[in-house]
Design a protein around this ligand. Structure first.
Ligand code: 6LW
Length: 523
């Protein structure tokens, strides 16, 4: 009896520890990880995000508690799955949806390649084990999503500014029924990001409206029949920061959401939002946030009690599973790059060598300003407003004019760079700002002797400051600062935030840049 009571007490305490009211920080995934979609299988949760002109595409995250997320892969990691020719920061891969079809234990990711091919899906039995070749879908519009019931796959997307639905075979892409209009939203611009859920005998159609900027909002409608008619929630929008009550919130533009239910029946919402800095400007892109959802007695969902979210949150979470702290220094070696590293468009793999000295980039004539080719460059997202990014590199076999360095990269023609440039007899460290037709060389300093240099971008809300060290980081010298806001999406448009790019440019394709390490510290 005593043993039984002890075991009972242990189980009770364990379940309380697993599932309890917790404080957590938003965003749950910081940096340019917009348009989150979430699904659950057992105790495992997965999130996917848009990736635009970056390859590999569609970051895939895993969590056990909805708060701590590890990027385990990119869904589209082979050129045969995604062609990003000509893609820019406002095209390429848009809002993906991830779903788990319990009836045949298969995961699906469905998305749009706006730069060619339109809507398509891939599938897998094991999200960590690679995904299928793409299957293209006929219903147009963007932001496709699947809903599975009784072996039927319903597909929604938004051709013609309205949410349409048809049934499909997701393994072949074949359309099985005519596309029918379901709902056009409440009158906000760009009805998009549709998802269907079922609860208590109702089909719920949740969408975003108002555009992905400061007027963004999430609205919802429901019907007893999946084909409608859908009646709008009288309390719409269920999530927005467009109103007076949130005009001073550090989070803006909340929208593009997806819902997930935990095994204990509780519901959560993931959405995108931005964190403006330096006035009304955001540099990190649209990030992923989490909020608890309750259901009112009238059967409509209420997001976080108020229809708004905060940086500091409190919620009853399904578990608590923190991840080990990431090393701040990444030393490049012979192993392949982690999933956080991407390229602009489909890369030329032969230009990337993983050596015991570090990551070696073979410079090519495709530079940072290339709008069609893929420069020799690997990039990671800037994930914090206040942070330092530092690379250690050497440049060899270079001819006059060849360069290699570290770029704060928004897109071709919109980047700030600190780099080593080969002159006739020596090398220089150069700081350059490039904004469309304007190219400004802020400073150039001649460097003699040093085989390796450290280049750093010091990031703060208002300014990027560019620094270098010739003595292995004992001292850093600042070469100049430039306002962050000119690289913000408010100024430049587009859908991505800033990335740190490690690149090599060599018009005669002979220079080699060896990056020994990348260090990232938030402060
Ligand atoms: C995406 C659309 C949106 O397809 O922005 O915020 C578009 N919402 O749903 C690109 O991310």
């Amino acid at each position: 009896m005593k043993r039984f009571l002890l075991a009972f007490a242990f189980c009770l305490i364990a379940s309380l520890c697993l599932s309890a009211q917790r404080s957590y920080d938003n965003p749950i995934i910081s940096g340019c990880y917009p348009d989150p979609s979430i699904c659950r299988s057992g105790e495992d949760y997965y999130i996917v995000n848009s990736s635009f002109h970056y390859f590999p595409s569609v970051p895939l995250w895993h969590s056990r508690d909805l708060v701590h997320w590890e990027q385990i892969a990119n869904v589209l990691d082979r050129p045969s799955q995604v062609d990003l020719t000509g893609a820019m920061r406002y095209s390429g891969i848009y809002a993906p949806t991830i779903r788990f079809d319990e009836s045949d234990s298969t995961y699906y990711m469905v998305t749009t390649n706006v730069s060619g091919g339109g809507n398509f899906c891939v599938n897998t039995k094991d999200p960590r084990g690679g995904w299928s070749e793409p299957v293209f879908l006929e219903q147009g519009g963007i932001d496709p999503s699947f809903y599975f019931e009784d072996g039927v796959c319903y597909m929604v997307s938004n051709p013609d500014g309205c949410i349409y639905m048809c049934t499909i075979d997701p393994k072949t892409g074949k359309t099985l029924s005519q596309s029918k209009p379901l709902w056009g939203g409440t009158g906000g611009r760009y009805p998009e990001g549709p998802h269907i859920y079922k609860r208590g005998g109702w089909y719920y159609l949740m969408i975003s409206e108002g555009g992905t900027e400061y007027g963004h909002m999430v609205t919802i409608a429901r019907s007893r029949d999946i084909y409608g008619p859908y009646e709008a929630n009288p309390a719409n929008p269920i999530l927005t920061h467009r109103d007076q009550s949130t005009q001073s919130s550090p989070i803006q533009a909340t929208g593009h959401s997806d819902l997930v239910q935990a095994p204990d029946g509780s519901w959560y919402l993931v959405c995108l939002g931005i964190r403006p800095q330096a006035g009304q400007n955001h540099l990190l892109g649209r990030e992923t946030f989490l909020a608890p959802v309750q259901w009112g007695s009238d059967g409509w969902p209420i997001v976080n009690g108020t229809g708004t979210i905060d940086l500091k949150m409190s919620a009853h979470l399904p578990a608590w599973a923190p991840l080990p702290q990431e090393d701040s220094v990444e030393r490049f070696g012979e192993s392949l790059l982690g999933a956080q590293w991407v390229h602009v468009r489909n890369p030329h793999q032969e230009n990337y060598e993983h050596t015991s000295d570090g990551l070696r980039l073979h410079g090519t004539a495709a530079g940072l300003d290339s709008t069609d080719d893929s420069p020799s460059m690997v990039l990671r997202r800037q994930r914090d407003i206040n942070c330092d990014a530092t690379v250690c590199l050497s440049l060899t076999s270079a001819a006059k004019g060849d360069e290699a360095g570290l770029s704060v990269f928004l897109d071709a023609g919109k980047h700030y760079d600190i780099f080593l440039r080969k002159g006739l007899f020596s090398k220089k460290i150069v700081v350059r700002y490039r904004l469309d037709n304007l190219t400004h060389i802020e400073k150039e300093v001649r460097v003699r002797g040093a085989k390796e240099v450290l280049l750093r971008v010091h990031c703060e809300a208002e300014n990027y400051t560019f620094q270098y060290s010739l003595d292995k980081g004992a001292d850093f010298v600042s070469l100049g600062s430039m306002g962050t806001r000119y690289l913000s999406e408010e100024v430049q448009g587009g859908f991505t935030g800033c990335f740190f790019g490690l690149y090599c440019f060599s018009p005669r394709s002979q220079a080699l840049a060896t990056f020994r390490s990348f260090e990232y510290n938030r402060f």
